[in-house]
Design a protein around this ligand. Structure first.
Ligand code: NAD
Length: 496
């Protein structure tokens, strides 16, 4: 395919007709008739009025999911048959890759350069990976005496509720849906309030691909209403959640107050990138540090929002990082040349700006930050780099979820590790060093679900993703995610 230009994308965007209904056994309005306006954060323009589901719609979705599960058309289908359907859904995504990329770019202000290269095709690839994996997972035969046969099988758990945020709307949904469906569960997806459109389209594509009715439902709605109803529903067996730590804590409460459902949490982060003083290629490290925080306008759970650098290279590195931050071209996400798009909503932009202002007051030296003037909406912020920040200062401890980097200069490796590990979160970490032994030694000491050494935010469907501490404990991606959507069942046959 030839590269599309800014004009091409603008023209295609004008043709997009978003699906606006919930999906419960097919497209349906919300039972109350309520809708929510979804807005393009890049322009402020209204994109669609989307069904706003409440607890009654959630009841209907859970009933449909349970019926489908008990009916067995999916839950007891042969792994090969399930794999075939997942491959067909992946194919549908590939056939509609531009439409899905545009929906996420329009709905969440994401750069089209990212959604067309990563989010949409990556979602299809993840589905294919689980389709290819699911018929290679064997059960066990336990060691018993000759009079017995004990067989351990992996059973689907039932009804899985997936509650996801707005930073990667399609991809976060697929991270949950793909392994949950592969394992034979029924899934109810609740997209974030600000970004429901790709999820709704996905439900239609999955049905066209032959996924049986009720196996995948989508209930757009408010977190404290539809999300809470899923969390507290006695008919939901598992919640898989990605979002903020405070909402994750609520899901644990909901489970305790209802049916002890399993709750898998992928929560917030305040990750550090450590640059040691043996790094010779400071340009590469500076590129990595900048990409680690400014990608997706800093709205990445594993964004490395704290730079911990050894004094010997600090001045040179920081100068380069600041140069890169200030050179980022903030603009229209539908322009493939744009370096950084807007924040995903006006509400979130206001929060980021507030934290930028507070952060500036906690720093010795401030570069960038603030609103970009003369843009079509008040959602475009400048990257910000804060120097001379105390590692315990609020801006170095609070997840901004925006393009804000605090810089912490340290003398020793021990100090670097202490500062890097010095938050309640532990999702990801970066490490730049030219020394193999330091790479091994320091990586082991960094408390994080993923440590990226001499690379940025390493991530693949083949490796688990998740954190420790207040970043949650769930793991998405890899065969471990397939595991978590199954339960172990022992069948013990005594034959005398
Ligand atoms: P959020 O917690 O506000 O919302 C996430 C989801 O939870 C949304 O669907 C929302 O509607 C729902 N929700 C909100 N309040 C709820 C409530 N009271 N009851 C039930 N559901 C509720 O998070 P956000 O602002 O949408 O997303 C940003 C956060 O997500 C950041 O903290 C970021 O680090 C985190 N995140 C984590 C990962 C990861 O894998 N660890 C990935 C992406 C984003």
């Amino acid at each position: 395919m030839t590269e599309r230009t800014h004009e091409d994308w603008l023209a295609l965007a004008r043709k997009v007709v978003p699906a606006t209904t919930a999906w419960i056994g097919g497209p349906v309005p919300s039972l109350s008739g309520a809708t929510r306006t979804t807005v393009n954060p890049a322009t402020g323009a209204v994109l669609a009025e989307v069904a706003e589901c409440d607890e009654h719609d959630v009841d209907a979705a859970v009933a449909a999911a349970r019926r489908a599960f008990e009916g067995g058309a999916w839950s007891t289908a042969s792994p090969r048959d399930r794999a075939a359907v997942l491959h067909r859904i992946a194919r549908k995504i590939e056939d509609h890759v531009e439409e899905l990329a545009l929906l996420d770019s329009l709905d969440a202000g994401k750069r089209i350069a990212d959604t067309i290269a990563i989010d949409a095709p990556g979602s299809a690839a993840i589905l294919r990976w689980y389709a290819e994996s699911l018929d290679k997972v064997y059960g066990e035969v336990a060691p018993t005496g000759a009079a017995d046969l004990a067989v351990v099988t992996r059973e689907p758990l039932g009804v899985v509720a997936a509650v996801v945020p707005w930073n990667y709307p399609l991809e976060m949904a697929i991270w949950k849906i793909a392994p949950a469906l592969a394992a034979g569960n029924s899934v109810i997806l609740k997209p974030a309030e600000d970004s429901p459109l790709s999820a709704l389209r996905l439900a239609g594509l999955a049905a066209e691909a032959g996924l049986p009715d009720g196996v995948l439902s989508v209930v757009p709605g408010a977190g404290p209403v539809a999300g809470r109803a899923l969390g507290r529903h006695r008919g939901v067996d598992v919640v898989t959640f990605t979002g903020s730590t405070s909402t994750g804590q609520l899901f644990q409460q909901y489970a305790g107050q209802s049916n002890l459902k399993q709750v898998w949490l992928e929560a917030g982060g305040k990750s550090a990138v450590v640059v040691l003083d043996d790094v010779a290629d400071l340009d590469a490290a500076a590129d990595g540090v900048a990409a680690g925080i400014f990608t997706n306008t800093g709205q990445v759970c594993s964004a490395t929002s704290r730079l911990v650098v050894q004094r010997g290279v600090a001045d040179e590195l920081v100068q380069r990082v600041v140069g890169r931050a200030l050179a980022i071209d903030v603009g229209d996400p539908l322009d493939p040349a744009t370096g950084m798009g807007p924040v995903a909503s006006e509400r979130q932009a206001a929060r980021v700006l507030e934290l930028m202002e507070a952060g500036a007051a906690q720093a010795r030296e401030v570069h960038g930050g603030g609103l970009v003037p003369d843009m079509p909406a008040p959602t475009y912020v400048r990257p910000q780099v804060l120097l001379g920040v105390d590692p315990d200062a609020p801006i170095a401890q609070t997840e901004v979820f925006g393009p804000v980097l605090s810089v912490h200069v340290v003398d020793t490796v021990d100090e670097a590790v202490a500062v890097a590990n010095g938050t309640p979160y532990a999702l990801a970490a970066g490490l730049w060093t030219d020394s193999l032994s330091r790479a091994h030694g320091v990586a082991r000491r960094l408390r994080a679900g993923t440590v990226s050494v001499n690379c940025v935010d390493a991530l693949d469907v083949a490796t688990p993703f998740g954190g420790f501490g207040q970043s949650g404990y769930g793991r998405d991606l890899s065969l471990h995610a397939l595991d978590k959507f199954t339960g172990l069942k022992t069948t013990w046959i005594h034959h005398g």
